[in-house]
Design a protein around this ligand. Structure first.
Ligand SMILES: *Cc1c(COP(=O)(O)O)cnc(C)c1O
Length: 381
């Protein structure tokens, strides 16, 4: 085996660059999407949800771009994500949606993070922490209005509002279950329940809306909105156009081959060729987040790739590290070994790709693998 460390560095880098799929993340589009949502939400504050490594795009690049665009409040899922975010955004307000696990108060304190407290035991622990410190420490209180996931009940919130939580909450929040389907009756019930809970905390900012909520109307926006998926170019509301696409995925063609009518392609012989065919073989697979469900079989077309500006259908199943594309309809000279195929971008959005796999854009983005060469582009430099 050749050791890369024995190669001159520029040779090694060039070789690696050629063999990898490239994920390009457009930080200007990300910033534009935040600004568009902030304009829509005004006068409510627009935060940014950057959990799960900024929906798979890379928090160390995405969060500073959002900060530059004007975001000041950020939400992560895990304490560990909050610690990483604090390292890149020293001045941001950072909430941890997963709340307070027993014994983690010191870590919240050390990194100036705010837990989103979602149960009475968490609220009691934070009150004790504040008492021990003898100083106020901001935290959010999460109220459950219909998810049955995180949050105290509306009645518990109303009682806390009257009796006091033992500290002054910096935010009262809840989360919509069905905002992606605007006509769902649960949504109106959640707004009513949340309004009742928030009224028990006069002067405390209130927050209900995710991306779909921000885009649904002013009655959802309260004082602060919490978009995630819409920032990253995903469609928040079923059937409605997303904001600007943020990711582009390009993969090298490693060979172009011929197939005969009646031949099958790939594992399980799941797809048979109906004609003399040319097949481009791409270097990516499961570890890249390119799911088996995106593949094609007889009677069940899969995702598309764009080669030389033309849409071409995938043919056969997705292998662990290989994807096969039918390029018969392109002129032979238009498809060359070493050329790129585009799997996200040029009109293929994350939601389109997701639909081929029976999933949603969130899962496509957060599943984007660690093998890509990630390129962050921004006109700001
Ligand atoms: C993930 C999350 C959001 C963002 O949701 P999107 O649908 O991605 O906009 C907002 N609030 C909470 C509590 C969340 O968990």
């Amino acid at each position: 085996m050749t050791s890369l460390s024995l190669m001159p560095k520029d040779v090694a880098d060039t070789a690696i660059d050629r063999s990898n799929a490239v994920l390009t993340i457009d930080l200007d589009a990300l910033a534009d999407n935040w600004r568009a949502l902030a304009r829509l939400a005004a006068p409510a504050e627009c935060s940014a949800v950057v959990k799960a490594n900024a929906y798979g795009l890379g928090i160390a690049h995405a969060a500073p771009a959002l900060w530059q665009a004007g975001a000041r409040t950020f939400f992560v899922a895990l304490l560990e994500e909050g610690v990483r975010l604090r390292a890149v955004l020293p001045e941001a307000t950072i909430y941890v949606l997963g709340g307070l696990l027993p014994g983690t108060e010191a870590a919240f304190e050390a990194c100036n993070l705010r837990p989103v407290l979602g149960s009475l035991p968490e609220i009691a622990d934070w009150a004790a922490h504040v008492r021990t410190l003898g100083a106020e420490r901001p935290a959010a209180i999460h109220v459950d209005t219909g998810m049955n996931r995180l949050g105290i009940t509306v009645d518990e919130a109303v009682a806390l509002g009257v009796e006091g939580a033992g500290f002054r909450p910096s935010l009262i929040m809840s989360h919509l279950a069905c905002a992606d389907t605007p006509s769902h009756p649960l949504t109106a019930r959640q707004v009513e329940r949340f309004s009742r809970a928030a009224a028990a905390f006069p002067g405390v900012p209130a927050s209900l809306a995710n991306s779909a909520g921000v885009q649904s109307g002013p009655e959802f926006r309260f004082d602060l909105v919490r978009p995630g998926i819409a920032l990253y170019g995903g469609a928040a509301i079923a059937g409605r156009a997303p904001l600007k696409p943020v990711v582009r995925l390009e993969v090298p063609i490693i060979q172009v081959r011929q197939g005969l009518p009646g031949d099958s392609v790939g594992y399980g012989a799941a797809q048979r060729l109906a004609r003399d065919s040319r097949i481009a073989v791409l270097s990516l697979g499961y570890a890249d987040g390119f799911h088996r469900a995106f593949g094609s079989a007889d009677g069940r077309p899969g995702a598309d790739a764009i080669i030389a500006g033309q849409r071409c259908p995938l043919v056969g199943r997705i292998s662990m590290d290989l994807v096969t594309v039918d390029v018969t309809d392109l002129p032979p000279q238009a498809v060359q070994r070493g050329q790129s195929a585009v799997l996200l971008g040029e009109g293929i959005g994350v939601d389109e790709l997701a639909a081929h796999g029976g999933t949603i854009g969130y899962e496509v983005l957060t599943g984007l693998g660690a093998r890509y060469r990630r390129v962050y582009v921004s006109g700001a430099g």
